[in-house]
Design a protein. Sequence first.
Length: 268
Amino acid sequence: MHDLPLVIFTVISQLLLGGFVAFWWLERTKGGISKHTGLLILLSLLVLGGISLLVSMLHLGQPLHAYRAILNFGVSWLSREIVFYGAFLGFILLYTWFWYKEDAAKRDIIGWIGSVIGVIAIFSSAKIYMIPAIPAWDSANTLFAFFLTALLLGPLYVAACLAIRREKAVNISRLSIPALVAAAIVGVVYFSTLLAGLPEAVETAKLTFMHAFFWVRVVTFIAASALMVLSYKISKFRNVKIYSAAFAVLLASECLGRFLFYETAIHL
């Protein structure tokens, strides 16, 4: 379980990107979110961001020296991830402040800049793992997987929060279903590529298929997909129970997938 801090950090950081962009875009285009509900959602994102930073330091041999990682910004994707992710959290904090001050104009600017920085942060995070020494990681799949986690979890988290607050009925299935289809396609292509690749890549695929977590991930992914299809087909199922259940099941699925990402990696 040595990689558990990385699992938590990467999944939460990607959830934050999807959640912040979804909240900002929804408020910008649709409006109708009360000040109190908006503050609760934004503060919850900040709390999750703080937790992700604390957990990520548990993976370091000397957590108190973590600040030194930013010194290699020019050559290290890890340094860039730290800088851009920290900046992203800073912009969420700024957005929260201007939400409290009810300054829509400044929120709009901060939303644009924060979203771009968040995308760069997740891109930097993916690039850390795209290295030739580990064939299973060294492909565009890593990049797709990280951004798909953001797309799958973030908007659904915001939709569930809004449903809990009974503020706004969001048909999130229109976004979630295409994202789920894309994730399924990426998964099939990924394993097909592994099985046709280097021996280390083939071994990664075999280890993944033999792991119980892989099949639990498949079942939870299908269950979340079924809930989203139900939500899309029948309007009465666009409610707090369905969205909360779908989010919880999908969160478990993404965490299991990320655990397998680390656990089954084979070095050259």
